[in-house]
Design a protein around this ligand. Sequence first.
Ligand code: SAM
Length: 287
Amino acid sequence: MPILHDAGSVAGMPHDHHDTHTSHEPHDHMAEMLDLDAAVLHDFHREVIGWVGSLTPDRAHVVDVGAGSGTGTLALATQLPGVQVTALDMDQDLLEHLRRRAAEAGVADRVRTVRADLDQGWPDLGAPADLVWASASMHHLADPARALADVRAALRPGGRFAIVELDSFPTFLTDPAGAAVEERCHAELARMRHEHGMHMDEDWGARLTAAGFEVDGQRRFDLELRPPLPPLAGRYAQVGLQRARHGLADRLPSDDLAALDAVLGTLPDRDDLVVRATRWVWIGRRP
Ligand SMILES: C[S@@+](CC[C@H](N)C(=O)[O-])C[C@H]1O[C@@H](n2cnc3c(N)ncnc32)[C@H](O)[C@@H]1O
């Protein structure tokens, strides 16, 4: 039974596979980091939801796959005021966080949460979806082909599947020494994700086609935010690099760990940060 109704822990699950950010840190850091991404990259999220929304009926049933702290769910519910959103995630803490944010944003009546481990199968949601949204979540799923087939079956004919993916956490540092250690961190994190079997470098357009979707949109976003940055950018850099430092404690040379500690000592209040990130969006249509 894939819907997990209880509020208990999922700690017995093989969490490594599901944690892009590779550490075993408390969930509040994960929730904070996801919320910071939503705040700092707000214009990107707004543009993508506007695009996807233009392809979505006014009173759509939208399903957010791996909804996390609610970035997609809240943006969808606030930018598309007629839609009902079902937020799916296997993490109870994140779903509770999402419900609190939905209440604060005044959209709780149009958001429901369903706890489900999608590696075990797709839950019965009672109604077909007009739009399925998966941001930074498809790469977590153990069997992408099966997940795509599940999404296709959950959509009504003509419904859309929007996949947003990334290659890594953004970079922030611009001084040569800082940028070099940040680059080594990212390279090691990428190796770690690869070892954990995560699907980071997939061609989701090809996968959508193979799963029987028509690909009707594909865009790459090269994001670069220069000073003056959004107020939370420094905190985003701090939380992200702290998580990397924690996850890589056994994998980086001591010089790099010391350099990271020195950088962390200067955050969040630096005026020389530049936020750089690459995101891809694919939109598939169920024929
Ligand atoms: C990197 S977060 C992205 C969250 C959100 N979509 C966003 O864009 O901020 C990935 C999410 O996928 C969820 N997830 C990973 N594997 C899952 C699975 N097998 N079933 C359900 N959710 C899963 C995680 O719990 C996490 O909330």
